[in-house]
Design a protein around this ligand. Structure first.
Ligand code: GTP
Length: 205
């Protein structure tokens, strides 16, 4: 079975956990207290293929064994980079993350990198407090060759599921995931390495 690793990145409070929990449980949880980074696991069937999805949710607080952004980027097959449409500074952080991913992923083919970064403007329900225009998001997405979405973890369910499902499909077709499929013995040692790097709890939902 193929393992797909997706890192959900963005600054504090943009709704990373809310989007992940919405996707995995259908529910929107208003206050999600988390004091450590974690990996959520889910089995999925995409285009008739069974996949093991690992979703990495970083912790914004300093915590023991916390991984660096570079480590997170090297670990993942795909990236969901989130900002809050009502918080301009979160958009600037998202921009920096997109550029860093592109820089560190230059080893992959252009096509792979194109389709495995999704830029998400979350909290679309707060459009009366909007600080980032949709067009700005679209511009950054085309500059960074990302797919672009505006969503609300609070109000959308189907859209959130569609976005994550598409990410998993694209990541499973991308370079690193493909390589693991071709070389199954390599995947074991890679999994070990990741566990050592992150040394974190795993959750199944
Ligand atoms: N209105 C609105 N609030 C949201 C939405 N998504 C998340 N929130 C709220 O934003 C706050 C932060 O959400 P989290 O999911 O904890 O954000 P996070 O990015 O995981 O934050 P850290 O764990 O600090 O990195 C919470 O109060 C959520 O209820 C949304 O779509 N709309």
């Amino acid at each position: 079975m193929n393992d797909i690793k997706v890192a959900v990145l963005g600054s504090d409070g943009v709704g990373k956990s809310a989007l992940i929990v919405r996707f995995l449980t259908r529910r929107f949880i208003g206050e999600y207290a988390s004091s450590s980074e974690c990996i959520y696991r889910k089995r999925m069937s995409i285009d008739g293929r069974q996949l093991n999805l690992e979703l990495y949710d970083p912790c914004s607080q300093p915590c023991e064994g916390k991984s660096t952004l570079n480590e997170q980027i090297h670990w993942a097959d795909g990236f969901v980079v989130i900002y809050d449409i009502s918080d301009r500074s979160s958009f600037l952080t998202a921009k920096a993350i997109v550029h860093l991913i592109r820089e560190l992923h230059l080893g992959g083919t252009k096509r792979d990198t194109d389709s495995v970064i999704f830029l998400v403007g979350n909290k679309q329900d707060l459009c009366h407090m909007r600080e980032v225009d949709r067009e700005e998001g679209q511009r950054l997405a085309s500059e960074g060759r990302c797919q672009f979405y505006e969503l609300s973890a609070a109000e959308h369910y189907q859209e959130v599921v569609l976005m994550f499902s598409k990410m998993v499909r694209n990541a499973s077709l991308g370079g690193k995931a493909k390589e693991r499929r071709r070389r199954p013995s390599g995947s074991k040692s890679m999994a070990k390495l990741i566990n050592n790097v992150f040394g974190k709890r795993r959750k199944s939902v």
